[in-house]
Write a protein that binds this ligand. Structure first.
Ligand code: GLU
Length: 304
């Protein structure tokens, strides 16, 4: 397995030399100051090892990667009923598109675009106060990673609470269509806090192990749900660049505007990468390139 460690170092070195790194998200002010030169990658393999390279001990904002954990929790709580309120098709639109939600009369395309994630958070909130939901979500993530230090960055949550006007609009639009059961402020508060969970790539790779679907990995959801969550990550995990990510890596992944990506190589490994510079579609530029390189070198792909 030292081959894997050497491969990760080589990938990090290549990333370090890249002049074109994409643009750090600035619409959440607290994220705008993150150093674009950061790079980290960790791989948790099905044999229980974790290999890391770069800034793998620096926590970053997982943002939309939290949607994977929220979905797992919601499916556990509500089962297939969830699909009455949110679809399972790739969006082909921006992550925060109001246009698409209007077209589809308040039923979001999938649980990974923002409107869909708001519905998932609303569904899992039920009648519970946001604090309880966030506690449960943190317990889930900590159990998955085997690490009780994982926490929410309150300043990032507050920063988005103050500026997340498009998400506010989406929540009200959902409410107007009868697809929100809680007050928009409650759902938005819970959602912004879930997005503000911080992890290092080493923690995130470990947290992703429950989706590897291999013997000895944390069993937090049923094997059938592992398959379905992976399918959604593959088809919807990168917004309107999901097809491109699948084409380049052959692996399911979920990105976040903090520059992180969680990727699953079924049966083999959970991979976390972090490079804060984004493409126009809001996905980590160098992170995607790094996963492409790793997949090519290891031969890991769901397509054989
Ligand atoms: N909190 C971010 C938002 O709602 C998450 C988006 C992302 O990470 O892609 O805008």
């Amino acid at each position: 397995m030292s081959d894997l460690a050497a491969l990760l170092d080589e990938i990090a070195e290549r990333a370090r030399r890249q002049p074109e790194r994409g643009r750090v998200a600035s619409y959440i002010p607290e994220l705008a100051g993150v150093d674009p030169a950061r790079f980290a990658m960790s791989v948790a393999t099905a044999d229980g090892q974790v290999h890391s390279t770069g800034d793998a001990d620096v926590p970053f904002s997982i943002q939309s990667i939290s949607k994977v954990f929220a979905l797992a929790l919601a499916l556990g709580r509500l089962g297939d009923q969830l699909w009455d309120r949110v679809g399972r098709e790739p969006s082909g639109f921006a992550f925060n598109s109001i246009l698409q939600l209007e077209h589809e009369k308040g039923v979001p395309r999938n649980p990974f675009i923002n409107a869909g994630a708001l519905v998932v958070t609303d569904a899992v909130l039920g009648r519970h106060p946001p604090r309880e939901y966030l506690g449960e979500l943190l317990r889930f993530v900590r159990a998955a990673a085997g690490d009780d230090a994982i926490h929410i960055n309150e300043s990032v949550a507050r920063s988005e609470l103050a500026t997340g006007h498009i998400n506010v609009a989406l929540a009200h639009y959902l409410l107007a269509h009868g697809n929100l059961t809680n007050a928009p402020e409650l759902v938005l508060g819970a959602y912004f806090h879930q997005c503000a969970i911080e992890m290092t790539t080493a923690q995130l790779a470990r947290a992703g192990r429950f989706l590897i679907g291999a013997e000895g990995m944390p069993r937090l959801v049923s094997p059938e749900r592992v398959r379905r969550i992976n399918a959604l990550m593959m088809t919807c995990g990168h917004y309107d660049a999901s097809g491109d990510f699948a084409f380049r890596t052959g692996l399911p992944g979920k990105s976040g505007v903090g520059g992180g990506i969680l990727v699953i190589a079924p049966g083999r490994a959970a991979i976390a990468v972090w490079s804060p510079g984004l493409t126009d579609q809001g996905n980590s530029k160098l992170g995607t390139e790094a996963v492409e390189r790793l997949a090519k070198a290891t031969g890991w792909s769901v397509f054989g």
